[in-house]
Design a binder for this molecule. Structure first.
Ligand SMILES: [Zn+2]
Ligand SMILES: [Zn+2]
Length: 193
């Protein structure tokens, strides 16, 4: 499985491309990176609805005519940015929930981890888990923003600690980690929430 990554925009939000087919979190300026590196792409998946993760959704969706997947509880961010940064408005196509999805030949497992936003998810494809702003290398996403919820974040971390297997974790910002490594540092964050 080939995974390309490019940090985009002023928040250096990681845009990932999996096997030239699936685009995760195309932030500001991701369009050029995507255009150069995909071949008949299948879908855009947003780990959550924050503007820095979805900015180029509209451009890419319209250029390639592909659907946008986002958790149903974060869909509203795409149509009406509550932060006033005014990313291009776009209606998502597939409102997802926790579960298994088939996108082309890809088996995609979605887990719902609310807290940073109501519809934050992780996206598992093969040996990789794309964690958005839920889990980073050594830290977790902010819970002091509008629509964040510290109590939900606490429950999400407890849920993450129960995942019985290891995978590479590719976050929305910064370098990769693994599920097992994250399970070592996450308990300390429980005390901060
Ligand atoms: Zn975020
Ligand atoms: Zn972010």
């Amino acid at each position: 499985m080939e995974i390309l990554v490019k940090p985009c925009g002023e928040f250096q939000t990681n845009c990932y491309i999996i096997d030239k087919k699936i685009i995760i979190d195309p932030g500001m300026g991701a369009f050029e990176f995507v255009k150069e590196n995909v071949e008949k792409p299948l879908a855009i998946i947003n780990t959550h609805g924050h503007f820095d993760h979805i900015w180029d959704d509209k451009k890419i969706k319209e250029y390639f005519n592909i659907p946008i997947f986002i958790h149903k509880k974060d869909a509203f961010f795409l149509e009406n940015d509550p932060f006033g940064f005014n990313p291009p408005k776009i209606k998502p196509d597939v409102l997802i929930e926790e579960g298994e999805y088939k996108i082309g030949d890809f088996d995609v497992k979605i887990r719902h981890f609310p807290g940073h936003t109501p519809g934050s998810i992780t996206v598992e494809i093969g040996e990789n888990m794309f964690s958005g702003d839920f889990v980073f290398e050594g830290s977790i996403g902010r819970v002091d923003l509008p629509y964040s919820n510290a109590l939900q974040m606490k429950k999400s971390i407890e849920k993450f600690l129960k995942i019985p297997y290891d995978k590479r974790v590719l976050p929305g910002h910064g370098p990769a980690t693994t599920i097992k490594k994250a399970q070592k540092f996450l308990p300390m964050w429980l005390d901060c929430l």
